[in-house]
Design a binder for this molecule. Sequence first.
Ligand code: C2O
Ligand code: CU
Length: 462
Amino acid sequence: MPPLPARSAPDGYRIAAASARARLAGPDRPEVDVWTYNGTVPGVLVRLRQGEPTRLLVENRLDQETTVHWHGIRLPNAMDGVPGLTQPPIRPGENFVYEFTPPDAGTFWYHPHANSLEQLGRGLAGALIVEEREPIAVDRDLLWFLADWRLTEEGGIAPRFGNRMEAAMSGRVGNTVTLNGRGSEAESFRAGERVRLRLVNASLARIMGLRFEGHRPVIVAVDGQPCDPHEPEAGRVLLGPAMRVDIVLDLEGEPGRRYDLVDDFYDGLSYRLTQLVYDERPPMRQHASDAPRELPRNPLPEPDLAAAERHTLTLEGGMMSMGGMSSMGGMMGGGGGMMGGMHGMMGMGGGPAWAINGMSMTGDGHAGMEPALTFQRGRSAVLVLRNETAWWHPMHFHGHSLRVLSRNGKPVPHRQWQDTVLMAPKDLVEAAFVADNPGDWMLHCHVVDHQMAGMMTVLRIA
Ligand code: C2O
Ligand code: CU
């Protein structure tokens, strides 16, 4: 795997959205037509420095409109990349200059916010790393950019984005997961080393639950925001679409051995994502490094919970009564076979499949979206997210980070900051933030079919 480029580009970046070809499934499989940022899948790695202004010129060489959303970055509203809401879409042949100063160091990513289902589904996505001023000591800093594709028998990307049945269920879960743009059989390590692994789930819909056989990953950041270093619940790193998790991994296995890395999120559909393959060299150190794993915190404003206003956002819709099928969206390779047992779905007549507080905003963003809530600038707020559906939803709020306070009435252990909060069926989550970034900000499900089919709203900060 190529090491991360050492530093940020001093004059900013020039990023072209254009089609290209890539060998996604492996060296012996055909090349696939993909859409890329600067010709590669994933797109060019953007590396910025915390607190330093940057300029990113985006050139649209597609034959349709696009925009770029810098997911998780707390930036000025006009740079947020939502068509109609924060900027006019970039037309074919045109450019747009994004300029902002990233306040937070961490692992972020970027993707289109126009025709998102197809543009992201055809490969437009890349990682954005904001370097800490003082990084923690590790032997290697690695990016694992994970993406899920639906490939046909012939190896191309399956057409027909926006299947209504899928949109009302798990979304477009594919059949091929890539690590840094290719199917991976082995990732090489040396015994004794300590690596920082930046995991990004850039899938349209696939939720991942990663198990590192024989290893004990320690989570040090979620969605770019540092946390108290802790082992994942039940030993499994949960990554909903659009989420990032940074782990510190001590390679405590034996030289010459291989260890499975398994994704077993969907019941009965676990698969091996890759293997950790140790070379024959003797361990680099006798005992695991005892260097601190704790990352420096970002300058996030602490919500004043005593004074916070409370608002409930209720997620509704989708197919009901799936009788145990709700965790099963996975279905490697498939879209069929799940037709039985559906009733109670919203909008069976062709309307939106999902809603937030009874309102369905569909698509990717457009002019004239009325905010569901308006906050005075500087106020603290608690959002009560209620998932009344039978499906999982990674809920993303633009331009802010949310401090997750409780889940189903129980305080959450690390009060993690997240920009994308994964909600299990029937979950109730309380999350707080300070409304300090003026503008109209989207809040939506990052299962892109769900967003397109109505699970989206707008919050205004006056
Ligand atoms: Cu990464 Cu509006 O999304
Ligand atoms: Cu959803």
